[in-house]
Design a protein around this ligand. Structure first.
Ligand code: COA
Length: 170
């Protein structure tokens, strides 16, 4: 049975392998390792199938370029499910549990760069419509969900992911 639970130190190698299996290159696996090493982890959950790690989701803090200190946001990335176990709802379980964990941790909003058709079903909507821009030149694919009431009412601007994301960019 699949259990969604927080990452523990013993999971690091298995999480690396999940990302290597799910993505075309090792960029995401190395990115997760670098983010962990640099203490950027806000929420990190694994999908544990009786001891077998088959999925992982990470949330790291995002900031605004203008340095607005009132904003407490998270970036959802990366997310991966091993190919043999995809399309069975594990990704959805990780996203749902991750968003709830962000709410519980007092995070105000979560941004994601991804496929709108996939993320809309979890309540994400185009971030530009809430006054948020990104460093990647994308429009519809940059989405946000509020995880605290009215968290986005008075803030906005250019959202910056942790510097490790820039270093990982090809
Ligand atoms: C994206 C990913 C995590 C989804 O995990 P999953 O366990 O297969 O997801 P779920 O089973 O919850 O949902 C599957 C549904 O989402 C849809 N879906 C999955 N990825 C999608 C995508 N990139 N674009 C559009 N739809 C997508 C599928 O069509 C499927 O819908 P359907 O079953 O109604 O046809 C997984 O496909 C994966 O690891 N992909 C490679 C890594 C990646 O691209 N990660 C996301 C970017 S960080």
């Amino acid at each position: 049975m699949i259990q969604i639970r927080p990452e523990t130190p013993a999971d690091a190698d298995a999480i690396h392998r999940v990302h290597v299996a799910a993505f075309p290159t090792e960029v995401e696996a190395r990115l997760v390792d670098a983010l962990r090493a640099n203490n950027r982890t806000l929420i990190s959950l694994v999908a544990d199938d009786d001891g077998d790690i088959v999925g992982h989701i990470l949330f790291t803090p995002v900031t605004f370029a203008d340095g607005d200190p009132t904003a407490r946001g998270a970036g959802l990335a990366p997310l991966a499910v091993v190919p043999a176990r995809q399309r069975r709802g594990i990704g959805a379980m990780l996203i749902g549990a991750g968003i709830q964990a962000c709410r519980d941790a007092g995070v105000g909003f979560v941004v994601v760069l991804g496929e709108p058709a996939y993320y809309q079903r979890f309540g994400f909507a185009r971030a530009a419509d809430r006054g948020l821009t990104n460093e990647y030149g994308v429009f519809d694919e940059f989405m946000v969900i509020e995880t605290a009431p009215r968290a986005l009412t008075r803030i906005g601007g250019l959202v910056k992911y942790a510097p490790e994301f820039q270093e990982a960019a090809p």
